[in-house]
Design a protein around this ligand. Structure first.
Ligand code: TYD
Length: 232
């Protein structure tokens, strides 16, 4: 049971000794994924679970190099398929050099965006076909499917406002510049994925205080992956 203010959980931590898990956080702009990824890693550490937070596009030196090109506001237009291949090129490096070796060593991976972002941004918006995505997914991701995907859900308008606040006067990237309609479709896409595969997904209400969202996430991770181990 979560406390009302999301702050304290006073059961004694039970040490975890199972396989390493791959958790992804998904959702639109400004939903707090990167902050919550870091909180989750800290919460896991309390249970003695070695974990780290990473992100896509990026996460490894090669993938971060590709990220700069993909998100560069000055970059020339690319066809949807070319753009999608760049996301998968970055993902391939991230998986090969960081995600799979870490999981093999027993280290949990908490990733801010992964393939479901491609399915939403490039797929659900009709830019590349499901068949094209399936080929890339099989080639690059193969069996390394996340054990749990948390969709941080917010009304699109609130997410965009939060993302703008975070960005300040800085330049928005090519994806943040899209219309409200685009962001509404994205939200529907993520919710649709979750509905279609509830065994992998959990939708987290990302509205309200950061500490409350953190607790909502912990409740799901604890129940689904840790056999109910809890702590404050
Ligand atoms: P980022 O600054 O990391 O945004 P956010 O904080 O919202 O995660 O930029 C990543 C952008 O790239 C974001 O707008 C989503 C987009 N993206 C795709 O279009 N396809 C993908 O496969 C991934 C991983 C991200």
């Amino acid at each position: 049971m979560s406390s009302q203010d999301g702050s304290k959980r006073l059961k004694t931590p039970r040490k975890y000794s199972g396989p390493a898990r791959f958790i992804t956080l998904e959702g639109g702009e400004g939903t707090g994924k990167s902050t919550q990824s870091r909180h989750l890693v800290s919460a896991l550490a309390v249970l003695g679970v070695e974990a780290f937070a990473t992100r896509e596009p990026g996460g490894s030196p090669g993938a971060e190099y590709i990220r700069k090109s993909i998100l560069d506001p000055e970059r020339p237009d690319l066809s949807a398929l070319s753009e999608t291949l760049l996301f998968y090129a970055a993902r391939n490096d991230h998986l090969d050099t960081l995600i799979r070796p870490s999981l093999a060593k027993g280290i949990w991976v908490v990733c801010d965006r992964f393939s479901d972002s491609t399915r939403a941004y490039q797929g659900a918006l009709g830019l590349v076909s499901d068949a094209q995505l399936a080929v890339m997914e099989k080639l690059v991701v193969g069996p390394t499917v996340p054990d749990l995907t948390l969709v941080l859900d917010l009304p699109a308008k609130i997410g965009i406002e939060r993302a703008h606040q975070r960005r300040g006067d800085g330049k928005s990237d090519v994806f943040e510049r899209q219309s409200l309609e685009f962001h509404k479709k994205l939200r529907d896409a993520f919710l649709g994925f979750a509905k279609a595969a509830p065994e992998r997904f959990a939708v987290i209400d990302a509205s309200g205080d950061e500490a409350i969202v953190r607790q909502r996430i912990w409740d799901v991770v604890s129940e689904r992956l840790l056999g109910g181990a809890t702590h404050g």
